[in-house]
Design a protein around this ligand. Structure first.
Ligand code: SF4
Length: 266
């Protein structure tokens, strides 16, 4: 049995033989998967390389929580940020969020925002955080990095429409994920375009992420000094921005590399 309070990445085998992976962070957050495979096709992601295999049921999401318990962990919060696009499995994910919330286990999720109609519903669910994975400041780059995600302009339009309907506390639960990719989206023009959009949503948190190394992938994150400079520049402009969590990379956590060793790693 794993020691409690330590970082731990573990596979969970489903009844039909598919496997997903979950990551327990010693801080008390358990990251679980909502699908086997993924249909979004982000080019930097190894987890979704084979496309979508199938959706997970509520019980299969709970199985990952139970497995964490069997390994000696006591998660205090859950994030649906593992393999899969949660909004492509909306009924099971919504039910899992609601059930967990009633049991005192708050659930956050990471999503590309596709489909937008589901995003509009999920903004108002009792989630503990909803992170929009955009990775771009412009529509053209967003289309390249999140190919089967939501339309970039329409996504911002949804946020604008729902912003006045959300309390300040709920607005603070929303964020934008930006995976820094050297030479792709880390230029000042791209980041400046995003910064200008974010100014309209002052409570929105920008989470900078660094890339999990994937062998044979052309994508890599900029060096630490460049990441620190980007963070300082955005913070200096009044953007509510967070530094990357180094454990996400050290553990190969996050949807980019889960199941890499047994699945997509070349
Ligand atoms: S990064 Fe996430 S949303 Fe994109 S393909 Fe991978 S699992 Fe899907």
């Amino acid at each position: 049995m794993a020691e409690p309070f330590r970082n731990d990445k573990f596979p969970v085998r489903l009844a039909d033989g598919h496997e997903v992976e979950s990551v327990y962070y010693g801080s008390g957050t358990l990251c679980i998967s909502s699908q086997a495979g993924c249909a979004v096709g982000c080019p930097f992601c190894a987890s979704g390389k084979s496309g979508l295999l199938r959706n997970l049921s509520v019980e299969e999401m709970q199985l990952q929580v139970d497995e964490a318990g069997r390994r000696g962990h006591r998660p205090r919060r859950i994030t649906l940020s593992g393999i899969g696009e949660p909004l492509h499995n909306p009924a099971a994910v919504a039910r899992f969020i609601t059930l967990s919330a009633t049991e005192g286990l708050p659930v956050s999720l990471t999503t590309t925002g596709h489909p937008l109609a589901r995003l509009e519903e999920f903004l108002h669910l009792p989630h503990n955080g909803l992170m929009l994975s955009l990775h771009a400041g412009s529509s053209a780059l967003h289309r390249r990095l999140v190919p089967h995600g939501a339309d970039f302009e329409e996504l911002w339009a949804v946020l604008e429409r729902h912003w006045p309907l959300l309390s300040r506390r709920r607005r603070r639960k929303l964020g934008v994920n930006f995976l820094l990719l050297a030479g792709v989206n880390d230029g000042s023009a791209e980041l400046q375009t995003l910064a200008e959009r974010l100014r309209t949503f002052p409570e929105l948190t920008l989470h900078l992420l660094t890339c999990n190394p994937v062998p044979a992938s052309p994508f890599a994150s900029p060096p630490d000094e460049a990441v620190a400079e980007i963070h300082a520049r955005l913070a200096g402009q009044g953007i509510n921005v967070r530094r990357p969590n180094p454990w996400r990379v050290r553990l190969e956590g996050g949807c980019g590399t889960l199941l890499l060793r047994r699945g997509a790693r070349p």
